[in-house]
Design a protein around this ligand. Structure first.
Ligand code: ZN
Length: 364
């Protein structure tokens, strides 16, 4: 039933027959398409041919600043962690996946042995390998290459007809699924989301999916808020147009749950101010490095639960399932597709929030 023939990538001695194109970051504004040998899989690994990869905010931080948060680039590495593709090599120890299988690939390889993994919080694993990240040295290569390695556990099969660009959105959707999980039941809730980037608009879709009745999204730009409306926001507010828009009038202290998805300290402050007594604030965005001041007395006086949300655990499988069934439609956020060879152009477009929401790279 598989339409794809095996690609002969390796000689019998294990050396690579072919080189591949890989989108490699060398430093700020230094992104190169390089020829690299195709990585050699172990017996429990697979080789995936890239179907599509979405450019994420953290990829853009590496591109513009040579690092993200506290992680600085020390050596060149391949970016990309929102990826899907097709199995083209299968290790002898792999049982459940076959050549030609189309898969969404979870970029996380947790150790599954540390206390966090054993308590079901593998997103907080102490020994995690995460695609396209400089968090550990040597850095972990990502999926913006013609071929990349994955373990069996990372690969979730997707339908024959599913667009790889949609499947690649399982990663950011899983981030929002985890944030919703942290917030608890959203049924009948009034929700605020600050920041209408890809995570913000996917949060809107996830909150609606999870039963929220009102989903208000804020941003400083009109263009991403237009996408937010198509993704499930019931109301959008451009906070640059109205001074203290959220702390005035009917919006004041009106929200059961607020998700901070912009990485702005001012937005976190708004979230704390407009969440009702006994409500919840979930920090999803990465705030600037170092200590931050916030109106913490309000947390005390209003008995607000302030929650952190970092990446995702089992929510990845949930996200692939929801996208496969078409229960959440991500097509309004897909901006444009570029071949891997035009990655610099793609990264430049992705950096312009007025013109782009999610830019995809495909093999070609
Ligand atoms: Zn672990």
């Amino acid at each position: 039933m598989w339409q794809t023939q095996p690609v002969h990538i390796f000689n019998v001695d294990g050396s690579s027959l072919l080189n591949m194109k890989a989108c490699t970051i060398h430093g700020p504004k230094s992104l190169e398409i390089e020829d690299r040998p195709i990585p050699k899989p172990d017996t429990n690994d697979l080789i995936i041919r890239l179907g599509a990869g979405g450019i994420c905010g953290s990829d853009l931080h590496y591109y513009h600043e040579g690092g993200v948060g506290d992680f600085r680039l020390k050596k060149p590495f391949i970016l990309g962690h929102e990826v899907a593709g097709e199995v083209v090599e299968v290790g002898s120890g792999v049982e459940s996946l076959k050549l030609g299988q189309r898969v969404a690939v979870n970029p996380t390889r947790a150790c599954l042995r540390c206390p966090e993994c054993l308590s079901g919080r593998s997103n907080l694993c102490r020994d995690v390998f995460f695609y396209g990240s400089a968090a550990r040295v040597p850095h972990v290569d990502g999926g913006f290459a013609e071929y990349f390695i994955a373990t069996e556990r990372q690969c979730i099969p997707i339908p024959e007809t599913m667009d790889f660009r949609v499947a690649a959105c399982a990663e950011p959707l899983a981030v929002t699924g985890h944030a919703a999980f942290r917030a608890g039941s959203l049924v009948g809730k009034r929700v605020l989301i600050t920041g209408a980037g890809p995570i913000g608009v996917l949060l809107a879709a996830t909150c609606r999916f999870s039963g929220a009745t009102d989903v208000v999204l804020t941003d400083l730009l009109d263009e991403p808020l237009e996408t937010a409306k198509k993704m499930g926001a019931t109301e959008t507010v451009n906070v640059s147009h109205v001074e203290n828009a959220l702390t005035k009038g009917s919006l004041k202290s009106a929200f059961d749950v607020a998700f901070e998805a912009s990485g702005s300290l001012k937005a976190l402050e708004s979230c704390i101010l407009v969440t009702r007594v006994g409500g919840k604030v979930v920090q999803v965005g990465s705030l600037p490095p170092g200590s931050s001041a916030a109106p913490l007395n309000k947390i005390m006086a209003k008995e607000i639960d302030l929650l952190g949300s970092f990446r995702f655990a089992d929510e990845y499988r949930w996200a692939v399932d929801v996208l496969s069934r078409g229960w959440i439609d991500v097509t309004p956020m897909l901006t444009k597709t570029f071949p891997l060879s035009d990655a610099v152009q793609a990264f430049e477009l992705a950096s312009d929030r007025r013109r782009a929401m999610k830019v995809s790279l495909v093999t070609g």
